[in-house]
Design a protein around this ligand. Sequence first.
Ligand code: AHR
Length: 651
Amino acid sequence: MMKTKTFIFSLLVCVCCVQNTVAQTHHINVDIKKPLYSVQKTMYGIFFEDINYGADGGLYAEMVKNRSFEFPQHLLGWTTFGNVEVRTDNARFARNPHYVRLSSPGHKEKRTGLDNEGFFGISLQSASEYRFSLWAKTQQGKSAIRVELIDRESNVLTFQKISIDSKEWKKYAIILKAPSTVANARLRIFLDSSESVDLEHISLFPVDTWKGRENGLRRDLAQALADLHPGVFRFPGGCIVEGVNLETRYQWKNSVGEVENRPLNENRWEYTFPHRFFPDYFQSYGLGFYEFFVLSEDIGAEPLPVINCGLACQYQNWENAQAHVAVSDLEPYIQDALDLIEFANGDESTTWGKLRAEMGHPAAFNLKFLAVGNEQWGKFYAERLEVFVKALREKHPEIKIIGSAGPSPDGKEFDYGWAEMKRLKADLVDEHYYKNPAWFLANANRYDNYDRRMPKIFAGEYACHVPNRKNNFEAALSEAAFMTGLERNADIVQMCTYAPLFAHIEGWQWRPDLIWFDNLRSVRSVNWYVQQLYATHAGTHVLKTTENKLAISGADSLYASSVIDKEKNAVYLKIVNASTQKLKVRYTLLGFAKGEHNFTHTLLHADNLDAENTLDKPFTVVPQSAQYTFSDNILEIELKSQSFNVFEIKL
Ligand code: AHR
């Protein structure tokens, strides 16, 4: 949380004093009179991928793992006792046919039942309510189960009995209240009758989800997204769009419709890193495309879906043409893209628009962007993208197409990809960079000399990686410095999204990540605060900001950009001092009225570059705001060493 202190002091700070140190003072001109070009509303956004248990076990608030018994080992995540059988006959959900039958254990002193371990345990908050639901039937028309939440020592924390009163599949739901906070609970269900029962889609959600929705999102994690005020929301990946093989690629059609009938998929991140295998990592698709679109709307971001372009993960199928769909066989993939546009924007008379309406959203989602492929490269990609572009332009010229420049920010493949994007007239090119702090600082001027002609740029995945790949202040400061360059070049850089977004502290494959969590808590990294400061001070137009007529992009370790917000009547000056020295800066705000002006200085600073926010110490490095005044059009300030500063001046 930002603390706001109010100090009023005049920044007509001792002129002679300033003159004495004039050699060290940086003179920066900001031209308020002539805004250069507009900043797109999509400029600062977020990118969600189901990596690090970001969806199941993370943002998606379901607490039961393998709720439909569809994992390849059908009882993974469950411990059974007594007389339990996995069956598929007379299934309720055709695409998730497995269910369990609990039958009498054969003696009144014995029990039949099953426990679910949840995702890294089931964590309960004291006095919170949890909605337990399942589908059930019984052959005789009358049976019962007992549902318990138990702790590690098998003590019953709370329980309820459910009478199963139908021979047909029927949904049952109860609310369980947790008597205390327990990090590592389990869900236990056992037969409480001599008659057998069949159970399917066993689910447990907190009642208090984001916006109170059933099948909802974890409130704290969704709030951390909303508080970023993102302008664009890229989903669902990332490499999971491609899959290890095409069978396991992300197929959006499997992620919509009734939640119980969305088929399970593997997660591409299960076995990616040999030092961190997660054999229980699957995608339930409970958080699917409908939920992604609704979330975009909730947080005010433009939805930006990524669709598979006929390529399986190129890293995992290096140069293996057989792993991909032949260019001549792309038709179903293209149809998926066209149908997705219909799902988002079509009216209720269309097949997919009708489904969207039935799911609860009659109004269109107003989709404007579509990314074809994730992080693709080479001829394999270009020849497939070409077919997509042709079909999309013909049927949906209103949709902006985003192509990929591959995994590296430079090199042979990058140059080839860019040339192809120009040839194919993609609207935006998605560039990715996971690099060290030195790269981020050295590349703050990356876009200053870019070709101003089409296509525009989407920095779709980036994060500064320090040697042991932690989120720390050094990484955040380097990103802040680099982002002055994105902002300065907002005429061509129209979107940027940090990656990855989420990581479960016990289930991560990849770091750094923007938001970390366990089952009960979450923490916003220092990097999160950088993103938030940019997004909440995005402005509407870029202002020319120079020292000695040059962009401020690393000389003496200073990085600066400025914008004006014509709607809010404010100017935002952003400046990073990446050095270990204090630096004096004298802004001349050309066009500013005479008289006294108020401004807010928001500072993100740490003495220790390795400082980080953790679950135990979540507010180690957070922005601090204070208010000051200055006179006329001169604002002088001493910048702390290693600091990211945002000055907000009301006009
Ligand atoms: O963000 C993690 C991964 O990095 C993404 O899935 C992929 O697109 C990139 O290689």
